[in-house]
Write a protein that binds this ligand. Structure first.
Ligand code: FMN
Length: 358
């Protein structure tokens, strides 16, 4: 499966060291102003090679729009966008042609398909996520019209962090840190791991603001379920929490319930979702990323013939996934919201009347 979404949906194609990566986005409402500069800016936030906290692979990640746009507006037909790969160094990977990298998808891809493009991880490479960021940026063009904001940042790196989020700061930070006071320590943790030929894990937070009440389909397309699905589909994500999430398991009901006064909810432990439906409060999603599997320390593993081998990896890799991953998480959340908005339009008689009488 290479597609995601019901009404607003996308399909990605391409591999890390192939000619290009691309996306076909379907269900984009017609007549939307197609702000290509905005889309490129979003893609640039995920781009590799920008600083020492990311892989040194330098890609321009220039988007090329192939279809679905006429005179600066969307036409309601599929939007095809391609990004050419320009900085592959396939030779770096010749050593792992027959060897499985611990923690990566090499082993499962090989056994599932019997063939794998080992260069840069092929299709299992996070190179694919650039295509999702493109789709997310198009979704954001829709959300922008409705003043719905989707923000993200990194709350924790290797256990260093806090729940005091500053999204404004994250936007400017080299590591998208949500905590200005801890940013230096977080950077040090990344650089130290990198110096030791190792990697670190981390947590990203996505916050959705100005969301209407009523998004989410009970029972089997719940907003929280689909958001979790979207987040877990991102490479390296190992856990997702909505609102107070796992913390709520240690609380009493009286501590965890969000009581209401005449203005609305007094707290937001539910994370903006009740019964799978948005309750109008902001939505907070915590996305937990494992450490980058490709590290440069010698590791014991198997080759495709079952022989035990010592792997000494070469190449260029992110010392942390959560940083660039936070941008991908923000994109996936935006896609889910637009899909839910489109689905919601037909869920009430008023929605149908508005369409009929427009
Ligand atoms: C933005 C982003 C960048 C990543 N960069 C790397 C990388 O440089 N090297 C690597 O081995 N894995 C990287 N990963 C993670 C792998 O793609 C991922 O761990 C692998 O596909 C195995 O999947 P799993 O961890 O979900 O089981 C990255 C993931 C994301 C989201």
């Amino acid at each position: 499966m290479n597609s995601f979404g019901r009404l607003f949906s996308f399909t990605t194609f391409g591999e890390s060291h192939g000619k290009a990566v691309g996306v076909v986005i379907d269900g984009v409402p017609a007549g939307l102003e197609f702000d290509e500069t905005f889309i490129q800016d979003e893609v640039d936030r995920r781009r590799p090679g920008r600083n020492s906290f990311a892989t040194a692979r330098k890609e321009s990640d220039k988007i090329e729009v192939l279809s679905g746009v006429f005179e600066g507006k969307t036409t309601g037909t599929p939007i095809g966008i391609v990004i050419y790969n320009t900085n592959q160094k396939s030779k770096d990977y010749s050593k792992i042609r027959d060897i499985f990298r611990p923690g990566h998808a090499d082993f499962t891809y090989f056994h599932k398909y019997g063939i794998r493009d080992y260069r840069g991880g092929g299709r299992s490479s996070a190179r694919e996520t650039v295509a999702r960021v493109v789709a997310g940026a198009v979704a954001k063009l829709v959300l922008r019209e409705l003043k719905i904001e989707v923000l993200s940042g990194v709350s924790h790196i290797h256990g260093i962090g806090s729940s005091d989020y500053n999204f404004h700061h994250a936007r400017k930070s080299e590591i998208y840190s949500l905590t200005p006071k801890l940013e230096e320590a977080q950077k040090q943790a990344i650089l130290e791991a990198k110096e030791n030929h190792d990697s670190v894990g981390g947590t990203a937070v996505v916050r959705i603001k100005h969301i209407p009440i009523g998004l989410g389909e009970p029972i089997y397309y719940k907003l929280d379920a689909v958001l979790a699905d979207a987040m877990m589909s991102i490479n390296g994500v190992k856990g997702v929490e909505i609102g107070s999430g796992i913390d709520s398991t240690t609380r009493l009901g009286s501590e965890n319930n969000d009581e209401m006064d005449r203005h609305g909810f007094i707290s937001n432990n539910a994370g903006g979702i009740l019964g799978g439906i948005s309750n109008g409060n902001y939505i907070d999603i915590k996305v937990h990323f494992k450490p980058t599997p490709s590290i440069f320390r010698p590791q014991t593993t198997q080759d495709i013939f079952g022989n035990v081998q010592e792997l000494k990896l070469k190449g260029r890799h992110d010392p942390v996934i959560a940083v660039r991953g936070s941008v991908v998480a923000e994109a996936m959340a935006s896609i889910v919201l637009v899909d839910m908005l489109l689905l919601n339009m037909g869920r009430t008689i008023d929605g149908i009347r508005n369409f009929y009488h427009k």
